[in-house]
Structure formats: C-alpha cells, structure tokens
Design a protein. Structure first.
Length: 137
C-alpha cells in the first residue's frame, strides 16, 4: 500500500477486486463496455442493488454540487453588482482626493467581507478555501 495511507479492510478488498478485474481483462474485455452496471458489479464485488443505489447517490451529490455552484454564481453576481454600485457612487460623490481614498477604502473592505462570506460558504460545503488579503493605505 502507499506509504502514509492506512486503508480499512473493506477498502483494501475493493482495491483487490479492481486489480483482479483489470488483470482478467488483459486479453480483452470480459464484460462489454456498454454494460456499465454489470462492469461496476464485477469490479467492486457488490450487488446490483448497491450499484444502482450508489449511482443514484452519486447523481444526487452532483445535483447538490451544481446547486451550490449556481448559488455561488448568484452571490458573485450580487457582489459584482454591489461593486459596480459602489464604484458609481465613488465616482459621483468623491471629487475630493481625501474622500476618494475613504470611499475606495470602504469599497475594498466591503469586497473583502463578501469574499470572506463566499469562503465561509464554500468551507461549510466541504471545500477548503484560503483567503489572503493584503491591503495598504
């Protein structure tokens, strides 16, 4: 086994099943490639009911990830819209250089807060995200 990895007995058995299946197919396909469920059943050594249940669970996870991605896209659009509104406000209401720096600082801080919120949301869904922000005024 790879160094630094401890696999459960069940995981090792599945890995052994995959190795055996691949070894048996050296001379050609035993089970036709288009018989996906049969191939998974043979490779993993699990029942057809388990294969169907796993595939259903996989589709559900993919659907949830797509929904999360769409949610993040919507948050990004809102963030971009807010940034545009802040920039427009900055251009209209900050003719003085000192006020421009103040408005720009507020804009950057708001942007950082939104990015932190997105990172927290991603972390809640199991995605590891690091946010590094360097600001100097």
């Amino acid at each position: 086994m790879p160094t630094g990895h401890d696999f459960s007995r069940e995981t090792k058995q599945m890995m052994f099943n995959v190795i055996k299946f691949v070894e048996r197919e050296k001379g050609g396909c035993i089970i036709p490639l288009n018989n996906v469920n049969d191939r998974i059943h043979s490779i993993l050594g699990i029942s057809m009911t388990s294969v169907e249940r796993l595939k259903r669970e996989m589709r559900e996870q993919e659907r949830e990830m797509l929904e999360k991605e769409n949610e993040l896209i919507q948050l990004q659009k809102k963030r971009d819209q807010r940034r545009f509104e802040l920039l427009s406000d900055f251009e209209i209401h900050a003719p003085d250089h000192h006020l421009q720096r103040h408005h720009l600082r507020q804009l950057l801080l708001h942007s950082v807060r939104l990015q932190q919120h997105l990172c927290l949301l991603l972390n809640r869904h199991g995605n590891v995200v690091n946010l590094v922000v360097l600001l100097s005024f």
